[in-house]
Design a protein around this ligand. Structure first.
Ligand SMILES: Cc1cc2nc3c(=O)[nH]c(=O)nc-3n(C[C@H](O)[C@H](O)[C@H](O)COP(=O)(O)OP(=O)(O)OC[C@H]3O[C@@H](n4cnc5c(N)ncnc54)[C@H](O)[C@@H]3O)c2cc1C
Length: 381
């Protein structure tokens, strides 16, 4: 247990703040978790997350994995296609490190509702956690660590005077849940199109989460379409055999940014999750990156010392992963979401090499599922 640390005050009970609260409480810290929203509002969002093996390990360590197992929809096949050049590569379970293959998925799709319900069920019962959801929190004391997990617009980041680098993509993102015919249950798609990538992710029982990137005004127009109009537009761009049948929620459009805070710590405070960084949704890295923040924060707290020592250590250790993932997702979007004929041969070469060479497939899948920082290390499992 860290010396000199009294309580951890977490501001923001989204998926990052709530998981951080559980992880720290399980490691014998007293935790105060605050969000201006009620539990009902925090649980009600309609979205689904792609979960990678780095997140799987953390959920297992916190004994959440088995509780969520019925809601974790695995995919064993990732079909990645460049529709402009009509080439594709298939990532299979056997392209994962052998230790990962036994878990039965390249990745999983997890709906926001069951995730937040499981987290709040655990947090409510935990003797080390005080919840202030929809109610004001107590003030933090001088020996408390303050963890800002208050999302991309983070008022705490602003109040600490931390500036950030930001690039607003011309592309926005539309998310929708759609029932489809013609796809195997355990298959996910990432389709590179000139207007932006389109991911089709299995939610089980023939339902899929669609994450459709395109210029923001087009995303907004598509959200306004009638249900049948929306399904027709989607059907027109999906690979042959994939047939959207029913729209299961209201499509929503939101802007996309690459964002990184200039610093991840300030005195006895740290930024975690989207309060500190955002990246393009291509490759489904976002929430997994946020949860790797939680893992690093936990290690830093275990390292001991005063709250400001813990905060500084966290800030130092977290940079590289965020930078590498942010830059590689940005590079992917720039390379594959444009109409430049000059780039077509490079795209063809990249997809061709991946399709032919299993070592390259294994390396890229490992970087995606464990993070680029794990490439040179022995995997924990
Ligand atoms: C419209 C939309 C749709 C999305 N859809 C998807 C998707 O389909 N798949 C996917 O993988 N990702 C999606 N994302 C991204 C995903 O939601 C984020 O990666 C994830 O929510 C980050 O979690 P977080 O806990 O860091 O931040 P958030 O989820 O943003 O949580 C921040 C929390 O902080 C609280 N807060 C704000 N101000 C304060 C304050 N002053 N004090 C205390 N608390 C405060 C907020 O109420 C909120 O609950 C979507 C994002 C948006 C905006």
């Amino acid at each position: 247990m860290a010396q000199g640390l009294s309580t951890v005050h977490i501001l923001g009970a989204g998926p990052t703040g709530s998981l951080a609260a559980l992880a720290l409480a399980e490691n014998n810290q007293r935790v105060v978790l605050h969000d201006p929203l009620s539990v009902e509002s925090l649980t009600a969002r309609s979205r689904a997350y792609a979960i990678t093996h780095s997140s799987r390990r953390l959920l297992q360590d916190l004994e959440l994995w088995d509780r969520l197992i019925d809601d974790l929809i695995p995919f064993e096949l990732l079909d990645l296609r460049d529709q402009s050049i009509n080439k594709r590569v298939l990532f299979r379970l056997k392209d994962l490190p052998s230790g990962h293959q036994t878990h039965g998925g390249i990745g999983w799709i997890l709906d926001h509702g069951p995730l937040m319900q499981s987290l709040f069920n655990r947090l409510r019962l935990h003797s080390g956690v005080e919840l202030f959801l929809g109610s004001p929190p107590p003030r933090s004391g001088p020996n408390d660590l303050v963890v800002a997990a208050d999302g991309p617009g983070s008022p705490t980041r602003a109040s600490w005077g931390i500036h950030h680098w930001q690039h607003n993509y011309r592309q926005g993102c539309l998310t929708a849940k759609v029932a489809m015919r013609g796809v195997g249950e355990k298959k996910a798609f990432e389709l590179f199109r000139s207007e932006g990538p389109l991911a089709v992710l299995p939610l089980g029982q023939g339902n899929f989460q669609v994450v459709w990137s395109a210029p923001l005004h087009k995303c907004k127009q598509r959200c306004e379409l009638s249900r049948s109009g929306f399904l027709d537009q989607l059907a027109a761009i999906l690979p042959p055999g994939l047939e959207p049948d029913r729209l299961l929620d209201r499509p929503r459009a939101f802007p996309q940014q690459l964002m990184l805070a200039h610093r991840l710590s300030c005195g006895r405070g740290v930024l975690i999750g989207e309060a500190g960084h955002r990246c393009h949704p291509v490759g489904g890295q976002g929430l997994n990156l946020c949860w790797r923040d939680v893992e690093t924060l936990l290690q830093s707290v275990r390292g001991g010392g005063s709250p400001s020592t813990i905060a500084r250590r966290y800030g130092r250790q977290r940079w590289m992963d965020l930078l590498l993932v942010g830059l590689s997702t940005d590079l992917l979007v720039r390379l594959f979401s444009n109409r430049s004929r000059l780039l077509l041969p490079f795209r063809g070469l990249a997809i061709g090499l991946l399709a032919l060479n299993s070592t390259l497939r294994k390396l890229s899948l490992r970087a995606m599922s464990d993070g680029p920082m794990q490439l040179m290390r022995v995997l924990p499992d």
